[in-house]
Design a protein around this ligand. Sequence first.
Ligand SMILES: [Zn+2]
Length: 443
Amino acid sequence: MFTSKIYKKSPVLIQNIFLSTRSLVRKKLRENNKCEQYTQELIAHEYDSELLSKYHDKALNKTIKQARNTVEYYKSYDLDLKTFPFIDKLEVNSNKNKFLSPKKGAVIKGATSGTTGAPLVIPQNFQSVIAEHAFINRDLAWAGFKEGDKRAWIRGDMIVPLEQKQAPFWRYSYFENMIMLSSFHMAPTNLQSYINAMVNFGVQVIQAYPSSIATLAKYLEINNEYYPGEIKSVVTSSESLKKEDKHLIETRFKCTVFDWYGLFERVAAIASCEHGRYHILTDYAHVELLPAGKTEDGRDRAEIVGTNFNNSLYPLIRYKTGDHVILSDEKNCPCGRVFPIVDSIEGRTGDYLVAEDGQKVHILNHIPKGVEGLLGTQFVQKKDLSIVILVVVDESLFNKDQKYKLILNTKERLGESIKVNIKKVDAISRTKNGKIKQAIREF
Ligand SMILES: [Zn+2]
């Protein structure tokens, strides 16, 4: 809708009405009694390990049984998870129709972002959409959100036409009490107007892409300021959130960040709580952690492999996500919830650079560390392994020394022989979904 000619050509007020009406329809569809009931059920077992494991076991058994009985791909397996093969995106893409069970009711199609390899189209049933919404509701409850609270939404929706160069870079969704801000107009000179718009609206909870909210936090840091309003929490998802950025956002917005890891395949969800621990949501999906080597500082890394509970139309069992977590020794969280804890989620496997010795370097957050005046960075690696670092900078701080430091840091991680160039840009370009990739490899 947002890219249609009629929307783009409408005055801002009409765009607000368009957007609000669309949100109202969606809200009515999703937030029915069933969804509310489901949310309450999910909240009821998060402090009770017995209830939770009962729920998990029942959901897993049901998933396996349904998959075996209705889906061609799984028809020859026993009702024992261990006998099922591991699958991945490529396997599903090559056997698309074999995972589809006979359709009942509406089918909603969605695709993975496909930043690495071909995008995967996953058909979902309505139940899957409701379930997803119930989990989001519970996550918002963790973040202190109460029905009617004013929200800001900065999540890559094309609500403001790209051609528009003047504020307002935001629109309103009246029935949701929400200001939606564009992720595509965040040039340094526009950022103060974003902060002002949120303060004027009286925002209480911010839902944002990590890259979008981190851009605002960096802007506040560079200007030695803090967000001048009172925020309950920031809720992030859909991109990997770097530890440094989480800390920066929490400092500059003076509140806790609640981060959510999920994927369109719906085979795993991991959410951080008010104590900053990442919990694997064992009522969302069955997650297995496959050993995947060690980190540079000797900690255990594992790949997330998941079985989805909530989409019987397209069951995926033991699906290898290609995403990694760092394991934790902690068994109990001060928050009291009984979900298992992992230390952190590593960047998507797509987000890495290749060092001179051929090693993949995943953690790129250390490279810009200590370099002043950086508002955004993206690494583009060519076939000869040379790197162009695209940077959005505050000109008054990013001087020759800082530039030199950035090059030095890059070589330190990737090797002295790697050629590094720095290119200033107005903004880091986003994918179709408005996300920012930390690294792009052109080979
Ligand atoms: Zn916790």
